[in-house]
Design a binder for this molecule. Structure first.
Ligand code: KG4
Ligand code: ZN
Length: 334
């Protein structure tokens, strides 16, 4: 049976709902919370409140748009974690109530698995086994994907996530949150070799991004002491150089992972996979290394319920359902 599933995502600052029908994601409605901009980061309490306000209209929009009524639904899926606990609670409680009210199965989804399974929404789809560099505001991992629901983390950050490094460096330049997309925008006009930031050497396939953040702090401090307008005058070159360094650190480990495993099916996922520098570098490497590269559509890079729906579809087919007393997990392994 090919199920019709309503999927809900509420792990951070996007409230999203999607419908999957016969294995096809029909829509992907996302309400972005702008309330966090002025605080320089996501404020958990405000995120929970905004989810509470958005969830009913967002779910209604997804169902109306797909022409689906409650009696057409075969299951309700939701993000169980990882994420902000208060934010996750909103989606979890909503999904449970709906599954209970309609007397249909409940399906929990791991947010990081879902970022990877977003590759199965559209063609071309990666072939198993493949490597996925999963890069978001909270995670930086290299995942060996054996099958839809069988994944192994073979490398990860030991401190900050790369998205966090983008956002924290952006904040040091007084950019609003999230700063990653703005760094990307300015970087397009700048010289990536204008400034050099040191890499932090990490063992094996692991990453570290706290060093570059500190180096960037001192770099700005020293240059602003000489010229208070340093950032304004050189914003394009600063962003291009910073982005170049962060992308280089990611690529070094991804190349190593491919060499060590012999796998040439390579995907990227998560919010930072929207970065144009990362996308371009991966495309270059595809030619150079003979990799088959999979880059998600922009709407499926950052948080969205389409990817939760895709993951839920495979869980439904394999009978992975959740009890009604399931609770969200802020920290949840792949
Ligand atoms: O996956 P995501 O939407 O949420 C988490 O699960 O964290 O990722 C959000 C992260 C933020 O750090 C944001 O700055 C970053 O993705 N991001 C980008 C770009 N678009 C989003 N970073 C660099 N360049 C971009 N174009
Ligand atoms: Zn995410």
């Amino acid at each position: 049976m090919k199920p019709t599933i309503l999927a809900i995502e509420s792990s951070c600052d996007e409230t999203s709902a999607a419908i999957i029908k016969n294995g096809k994601v029909v829509n992907n409605i996302i309400a972005t919370q702008s309330v966090h901009k002025k605080y320089g980061g996501v404020v958990p309490e405000l995120a929970s409140r905004a989810h509470q306000q958005n969830i009913v209209p967002v779910v209604k929009a997804a169902m109306d748009d797909a022409g689906v009524t409650k009696k057409d639904l075969n299951a309700i899926a939701f993000t169980r974690g990882p994420g902000l606990l208060g934010a996750l609670l909103v989606g979890t409680s909503f999904a449970k109530s709906m599954a209970m009210g309609l007397n249909i199965p409940l399906i929990e989804v791991n947010h990081m698995q879902a970022h990877i399974l977003a590759h199965f929404i559209d063609d071309p789809k990666p072939r198993f086994p493949f490597l996925c560099l999963t890069v978001s505001g909270g995670h930086t991992q290299i995942v060996l994907v054996h099958d839809f629901l069988e994944m192994e983390v073979i490398g990860e950050t030991q401190d900050d996530a790369v998205g966090e490094a983008f956002d924290k460096c952006a904040k040091l330049m007084d950019f609003p949150y999230p700063g990653g997309p703005l760094i990307d925008k300015y970087a397009k006009e700048g010289n990536p070799l204008a400034y050099v930031f040191p890499d932090t050497e990490m063992q094996g396939l692991n990453f570290s991004f706290s060093g570059i953040k500190t180096a960037f702090l001192y770099f700005l401090r020293d240059n602003k002491a000489k010229d208070p307008d340093f950032v304004t005058k050189n914003v394009n070159d600063i962003c291009a150089s910073l982005q170049h360094s962060l992308v280089r650190m990611l690529m070094q480990k991804l190349k190593r992972a491919s060499n060590e495993t012999g796998i040439k099916e390579i995907a990227i996922a998560g919010g930072v996979s929207a970065n144009s520098g990362l996308r371009a570098e991966l495309t270059n490497l595809a030619g150079e290394k003979g990799w088959n590269v999979y880059i998600p559509d922009f709407q499926y890079c950052t948080d969205n319920a389409g990817m939760i729906a895709m993951a839920a579809h495979y869980k439904y087919l394999t009978g992975h359902f959740s009890p009604l007393d399931v609770s969200p997990e802020a920290r949840m392994k792949i």
